[in-house]
Design a binder for this molecule. Sequence first.
Ligand SMILES: Cc1cc2nc3c(=O)[nH]c(=O)nc-3n(C[C@H](O)[C@H](O)[C@H](O)COP(=O)(O)OP(=O)(O)OC[C@H]3O[C@@H](n4cnc5c(N)ncnc54)[C@H](O)[C@@H]3O)c2cc1C
Length: 477
Amino acid sequence: MNTNAKIVIIGAGASGITAATKLLSYGFKNVLILEAQDRIGGRIYTVPFGDNFIDLGAQWCHGEKDNIVYELVKDKNYLDSTENIYDDYDCIRSDGEVLSETTSNKLKEILEEYLDSKKEDLPTFEGSLASYLREKFLKTSELPRYSDLDRDLVEEFLNYYHKFEVSMECCDSLFDVSGKGHLDYWNCEGDIGLNWKDKGFVMLLRTLLQTDGLDFGVMNKRILLRKEVTNISWDKSGLKPLIITTACGLTFEADHVICTVSLAVLKEGFKSKFTPSLPERKLKAIQGLGIGTVNKVFIHFEKRWWNEDWCGFSILWKKEDLEELRQSKFFWLEDVFGFYAVKYQPNILSSWVTGSSAKYVETLSKSEQMEGIMFLMKKFLKREIPQPIDFIITSWHSNPFIRGSYSHRSMETEHLTTGSWDLAEPVLSPNGRPILQFAGEATHNHYYSTVHGAVETGVREAERLNQFYCDKKKSHL
Ligand SMILES: Cc1cc2nc3c(=O)[nH]c(=O)nc-3n(C[C@H](O)[C@H](O)[C@H](O)COP(=O)(O)OP(=O)(O)OC[C@H]3O[C@@H](n4cnc5c(N)ncnc54)[C@H](O)[C@@H]3O)c2cc1C
């Protein structure tokens, strides 16, 4: 095996770090990561906050069976169940009415029917996920057993859940998400809400790097921070090395490049930083696949003022209140769907800003953001809320090296008949050598939008190179 092959990986997120560490484990010696930011992790970003740490990006390990992240850490006692936080929430209307358990359970039951029927209905459904959700939910709510439900209330709950689904899909509009394409995503069996206790998702990075501390472990001296790649050029004959240029004027030579920048970064302009330009099929995938922004909110209070077993509440806007909100400076709060307790953080409530408001909220000052969030909590809880001692809203869109949160299967993906497989396809030299490879969550056919998806794509590209050199060695024997 040619363990001296020079491999440059662009990006030190989950996929880049996995690819690098896997290559080292195969015996490749010349592995280097160029990372634009002054930290590793990309969309894994654990910071000190409140009583211990919070995750500004990825927070949960979604599932156990066939989940590579779970497999990597399952013996380390890092993970814990989030239990019922996202099931046992209160439903509160904008006039302060807290729905009775019977009523909210009926609405949640309709939701369950929608969730259960997706697998059967969506393969033949031609429209968007939003159309399917609305049709199915409203139709089920008309069944005789739900005849006592107030129709306005049904609509309010549906609007709440619509926003929740927008956050899961990470899109500007759920009408842009393909109903059929939504089934490309596979859930891993087991607990889909495993949290990282009081330490955060950074523990995965430390596991990959085999370190207990802040150093880069097995990647020490092999990760260069603040190295924004601005061009990758290669020779079509495949005889000369690739040249990677950075914004600070450095150049690096490589036999192989693995590019892991996010789909949003590729869309924004990185797609034109390749010389020669990328193949048509890949450009189509970059255009078609969707990615939006979801921003998280963390509010830290001096003391918990809610009951210990309270999970939080979901927001149900009454029509007239919503109209009023839309005319006010707080219009963006329509895209905040609830407030929830956080495991291992007794004094913190969390929330999400979804849809197009996720980008808008990044343009507001911290005091404007907090004013809005406090207004919303007071409006629904109808009580005095103590002033928070700390407050964070993330800004994933403004980050020039991320530009969004995670990818989804858009309607345009369907129209262009493209998909993650086109994004994942490597550029080969005439003799079949992978010159330019792609990894990252958006290149995964089924676990896109997740860390376990990103990690699997890093393994996939490391294996591709290992296989190439193994085959080459065999042919020389
Ligand atoms: C708010 C939020 C919540 C999430 N929640 C979860 C969750 O609970 N569970 C879950 O599994 N997943 C979650 N995700 C998704 C998960 O974080 C991502 O799928 C995963 O981390 C992506 O890893 P990646 O390696 O594909 O990309 P990235 O992490 O984006 O890594 C790419 C790296 O490339 C670098 N880069 C970009 N441009 C350049 C350049 N020009 N030169 C050099 N380097 C460059 C970036 O700085 C970055 O470090 C969440 C994401 C967000 C934002």
